[in-house]
Design a protein around this ligand. Structure first.
Ligand code: SF4
Length: 335
């Protein structure tokens, strides 16, 4: 890890690069995010997964302060930035960057690639020669030629444009990158190369990453930890391996049920769970457990009692039917 990325140490352990506590974001009556707590440790990748409408992109935007939280706390490297004014936030801006889903709409068409990638450095006072050198290095790091600096975004392919977005996001060496569905607007043929690039850069530069996605194959490839979100709340959080081998929450199990299992007897004992209907509206989320309208194993109490996110068998799970040792229903099991 480079010196620029060294993190504060608390009680002998590195402090999280990012920690959100009880984060809430309501847009008028729409309860997009309703009490999310999670952290991202230095140098790790946390995947935030869920269907569209789960509120996961809103969490990303709250962390980079593109949105103001309704309540709750966002700490970056131990500093509570949730109540800072824009001016007071400025020194913390280089701590965190974001890459969006659609590079076409996030790159200014009037600026050259060099100006786009160098802009964060300009805002932090780097001279033009420092910027030119750093932009050139960064373009090479993302697999582009230095000469691309003189071109405009519309002259590039979708994959090249996303590489430019990534270069811009990483040029000021943030300790956290929020990657919001970074490959889902790209042709399938270039998605893998952009994912590989992100994985290589993460390893080389050592930044932490909140990887927002609905692509479970990408999660398996990139993430250290997985947080599963449903309708503004966390359903489950666990290390990647445990999520894929022993998902506890019925929603996580349903999401994973489409993935093939390498072991044939296990495969035969599994069924694909098709969740009925769309995710309900966050205008009026269901009472009790928000998943109860679609949960194949819901019981009466699920309609009235909100399940807490609690430790169960080494995972954090919000489900009444999962015991403290992690045992509980598996909605994929063929009876
Ligand atoms: Fe299903 Fe009830 Fe568990 Fe919610 S609390 S996931 S409705 S069983």
């Amino acid at each position: 890890m480079s010196a620029a990325l060294q993190e504060p140490v608390v009680d002998g352990a590195p402090a999280p690069v990012c920690e959100v506590v009880d984060l809430v974001k309501h847009f008028g009556p729409v309860r997009a995010v309703d009490g999310i707590s999670l952290h991202v440790d230095p140098g790790t990748v946390v995947a935030l997964v869920g269907e569209s409408g789960s509120g996961k992109s809103t969490v990303g935007r709250l962390i980079v302060r593109l949105l103001e939280p309704t309540s709750g706390t966002v700490r970056l490297n131990g500093v509570d930035v949730s109540s800072l004014t824009r001016r007071a936030m400025r020194p913390h801006r280089r701590t965190v960057s974001i890459v969006f889903q659609d590079p076409a709409s996030s790159l200014d068409p009037r600026m050259t690639v060099g100006a786009i990638v160098g802009e964060p450095l300009r805002l932090h006072g780097a001279s033009s020669s420092q910027r030119a050198e750093r932009v050139g290095e960064m373009l090479e790091k993302v697999g582009l030629r230095r000469g691309v600096a003189g071109r405009y975004a519309h002259e590039l392919s979708g994959g090249q444009r996303q590489r430019v977005s990534i270069a811009r996001a990483l040029v000021s060496r943030p300790s956290l990158l929020v990657a919001d569905e970074p490959t889902s607007a790209l042709d399938v043929s270039v998605q893998a190369s952009v994912l590989n690039l992100l994985a290589d850069l993460q390893r080389d530069l050592g930044f932490a990453c909140l990887f927002i996605t609905h692509d479970l194959a990408a999660v398996e490839y990139l993430a250290d930890e997985v947080a599963v979100m449903y309708l503004g709340k966390l359903a489950e959080r666990a290390p990647r391996e445990r999520i894929f081998t022993a998902p506890r929450h019925p929603y996580t199990q349903a999401l994973l049920s489409a993935a093939p299992v390498p072991d044939p007897p296990t495969q035969r004992s599994r069924r694909r769970v098709v969740l009925s209907g769309d995710i309900p509206s966050s205008l009026s989320p269901p009472s009790g457990c928000r998943f109860h309208t679609r949960c194949p194993v819901a019981v009466d109490r699920c309609t009235t009692e909100v399940p807490d996110l609690r430790e169960a068998g080494g995972s954090l799970v919000a489900c009444h039917l999962v015991a403290d040792d992690g045992t509980g229903p598996d909605v994929r099991r063929v009876e």
